[in-house]
Ligand binder design. Sequence first.
Ligand code: M6R
Length: 589
Amino acid sequence: MGGIIGCVGNGPVCTVLLRGLNRLEYRGHDSAGIATVSDGSLHCGKDAGRLDEVCVKQDLVGLPGNAGIGHVRWATHGEVSRLNAHPHLDCHGEIAVAHNGIVDNHDELRAGLGGHRFLSQTDSEVLVHLIEDHYQPGVPLEEAVMQALQKVRGSYAVLAISSREPGKIVGSRRECPLVVGLGKDYNFIASEGVAFLEHTRTVAFVEDGETLVLEAGGARFIDEAGRERYPELSNIDWKWDQATKQGYEYYMMKEIAEVPEAIRRALDQDKAVVLDMAMNILRARQVVFTACGTSRYAALVGRYLFSKLAGKFCDVVMASEFHYFSDSIDKNTLVIAISQSGETADVIQGVKKAREKGATILSMVNMYGSSIARMSDRTIYLNCGPEIGVAATKSFMSQLAVLYMLAFTMANRYDEGVQKVTHVSTQIETEMKRNGNRLQRIAALIKDQHSCYFLARGINFAIAAEGALKLKEISYIHAEGMPAGELKHGTLALIEEGTPVVVISPRDFTFNETLANAAETKARGAFVVGVSEERHAIFDEWIEIESSEEIFYPLVTVVPLQLLAYYSAVVRGHNPDQPRNLAKSVTVK
Ligand code: M6R
């Protein structure tokens, strides 16, 4: 995993490439490198470490040339080291290759490349040697790449350059994204448009199995059968400065601050599309949500809303497990895939399987033109702009907003739904202003604990799970979220003196029972943090929320938990934007 970028133009590309990589590093990386071509020679610099460190260590800023490729690596095969960093070179230093994805048959391919000198432990290095084998005199690079990739099983987005053909980048993809950006001074190919937004917003998407030839004068798309394809150009409706910190210390805080606006933008959809989706959901014999991580928790809230507001029961199947349930999927099934990135490998695999079974696919994604959007029969875009922090925050809120809107529409109450969720977005603004200091204090109080538990009932169970995921993901405090009623069935054994227990206990019909469960933890020494509109004697600390209708509590309770996780990460000295071992876009299974 990680990200790749290629750039070719009429001037030097090095700094443009590095800036692009800088925009991609949020996807998660532990090493970085670039390769350029100039005056018939290949220049390459790469190393383990973060991009800025590698830049200094390897003096990347000085690499000459008008064409080049770059890569930020998130290790899958082989340790984090300079030799395992990309780009990889062929035996003669003529070809450089950067790769995202996993080559499943790399062992077999490596065994067949006997005469070649391998320097890394990666699966990716076989690609450059395979291309080398096919890159005979007179054969263009794209031809060699296409022939080489015929032998490869697995997933890839691959970029290649050669000193023999300066001014040309060849790219190809299978199951990993590649988007082309066509600009005035430079043309690009990258894992996602964010990498080049400041140069151009005119994009075209490389299809699965396609090969791309990118030059300063334009791009050629070649399909698997070797035919040229003329893709539609589209515009990414994002501005590049949306992907900057804009004065905030971390992206995560900026993105939480953007929540109210993100909710309003998510609600700003074409009403006809929303009505059409709602009708499809109501008509389907069976409806199954599929998603991972935070997006799956949004699906759990959606399941509750569809049932409560429209009497439509749905199931939620974790995308990594979807395959195992596919026997029950058929042409009468509607699958709703939720994914911020639209590129999560498990979700893609689930959607593929569902399509094979004849199901209809609806999706909710944030990334314009992403794989999941393009595999779906209908898509609603979240419109929350680039989310750079690995922790999903504003995108979760946008997902919830769309789910509320759909559920109300299914109940024939579209206008009421939009109006009420808009109102809640203003309540969230008030709440954020009120709770800052309190949340910082609580974060400081729990910072040395090794475990934390989140309890809730009903619709808020998903928020307990999400609060726990946020906390563990960025602060590295072990956390679990569960229905409060489950506590006595095991977890209570772990509560001891001082264990933090966050109790999501809004003043709804679950209030008394949830507090009774909190009391059981308190009796065993727990440090109880209440999330409620009222302070209660049982709370050691209180996070005040706005009062709302029962079904809207997920929207008002989750933002304080996102902030609690943020402050906990910061007070423990961790960068909340780039948690260890995690990637923003999980493009491998
Ligand atoms: O892009 P997706 O919504 O498909 O991503 C799914 C999960 O990887 C993601 O929500 C992950 O759990 C977040 N990092 C949690 O903050």
